[in-house]
Design a protein around this ligand. Structure first.
Ligand SMILES: [Zn+2]
Ligand SMILES: [Zn+2]
Length: 391
């Protein structure tokens, strides 16, 4: 809307007017920053890169210059109306960057590499005090009002982050320090897909060595589940998708078999599990039909873990006798039933040591200007994770 020359030539995520102010004396007042961001103006509307204004970091807050941000299916669900969202909305909630500015009292230092956490735990509510910080009562809003667009319209941020942007301004609790030198396009995934997928296997389902696992839906999260199942020692790892094109990706991520999701699926799974069905099924789509499919292909006494986030009016129907007789467990895994503050550093250390290779999850990197095309690819089910990188 405004003339481009009204914006600083340098990326605003790095520009820092107040810190650059020369002379001593009292701290100059921190100023809002203008950054480029991927904005949705409404459900179904075309995505655009816009200039948006973010406030200066307040007490206990930081501004993080984004280095890389993944495009996650939940972002797509915000855009296509599956999840209720407020607009205009900055997309993105899976990212890595560097602390560029600190507000008063922040515990972080400028220059610290970090991963963003879309569910910072308050550490005070009932769930936080009972060891379930992923269910924290303070982190339920899918969109949070913050900042404004270039024309002065109040802006909303996906999961309080809005990470598909040159910078974010967030509370200290929403950033997790990581070692320097990690590949940004891989480190970004630690904040959603990898933490979610790994946590679903390690924390929620507690997959044990020798067990059989079926994974339905091979996006970034599903592929992360496959890789984590392999690392947990599962010996039969069945990857399931509607797209044959996912076969090679699935096998590279750790699957022992690839199966097409069709009417023969349960039979194919039983043929590979001595006729019983899988010990574990992970549903990584978020649809009633695939939850039903996961239920059917699991053995008697097995466990179905729902990782995908579905729509509230998509009802799952199960027979009462079947529920009793099958003795299966059906549960969901929210953010991998994980404590990101504790588990992201573990995963980052594994990545740094080469014990965790996320290369197979990254289908490609693109500049922020091309971020809308990454949403098109995601909607078509192409590849694993598309990651926007910024200098
Ligand atoms: Zn996500
Ligand atoms: Zn809490």
């Amino acid at each position: 809307m405004s003339a481009p020359e009204s914006f600083p030539a340098a990326p605003a995520g790095r520009a820092e007017p107040s810190r650059a102010a020369p002379g001593g004396g009292s701290e100059p007042a921190a100023a809002p920053v203008t950054v480029r961001a991927l904005v949705a103006r409404g459900a179904g509307a075309a995505l655009r890169i816009e200039q948006v204004r973010l406030p200066a970091p307040g007490p206990g807050e930081v501004r993080v210059a984004i280095r890389a941000a993944g495009v996650c299916h939940s972002d797509l669900s915000m855009v296509n109306g599956t999840l209720a969202a407020r607009f205009p909305l900055v997309l993105g909630h899976e990212a890595t960057g560097v602390v560029a500015e600190t507000g008063p009292g922040s515990r972080l230092a400028v220059g610290t590499p970090v991963v963003l956490n879309w569910a910072p735990a308050c550490r005070a509510c009932w769930w936080c005090r009972h060891g379930e910080p992923w269910l924290c009562a303070a982190t339920t809003a899918p969109t949070v009002a913050r900042g404004e667009t270039d024309d002065g319209t109040p802006l909303h941020l996906t999961l309080g982050l809005g990470a598909l942007a040159e910078a974010v301004v967030v509370p200290d609790g929403a950033v997790i320090p990581i070692p320097a030198g990690l590949p940004p396009e891989q480190a970004a995934l630690l904040g959603c897909a990898v933490l979610t997928g790994t946590g679903a296997v390690r924390n929620t389902a507690r997959v044990a060595p020798g067990e059989s696992v079926a994974v339905i839906g091979l996006g970034g999260v599903g592929l992360a589940v496959l890789a984590a199942a392999r690392r947990a020692g599962a010996t039969t790892i069945l990857a399931v998708d509607v797209a044959e094109a996912k076969r090679d990706l699935a096998l590279a991520a750790g699957a022992t078999d690839f199966l097409l999701s069709d009417e023969r699926l349960s039979k194919e799974v039983r043929a590979r599990t001595e006729g019983r069905g899988a010990d574990h099924a992970f549903e990584c789509v978020g649809r009633a039909a695939t939850i039903r499919a996961a239920w059917r292909l699991t053995r008697r006494g097995g466990a179905v873990t729902v990782v995908g986030m579905g729509a509230k009016d998509d009802m799952v129907s199960l027979g009462a006798l079947d529920i009793f007789h099958s003795a299966r467990t059906l549960r969901s895994s929210v953010y991998g039933s994980s404590d990101p503050d504790r588990e992201v550093p573990v995963l980052a250390a594994e990545l740094a040591a080469g014990a965790l290779d996320l290369g197979v999850l990254v289908s490609g990197t693109l500049p922020l200007d091309d971020a809308p095309s990454a949403f098109d690819r995601l909607a078509r089910g192409e590849g694993a994770r598309w990651v926007v990188t910024l200098d």
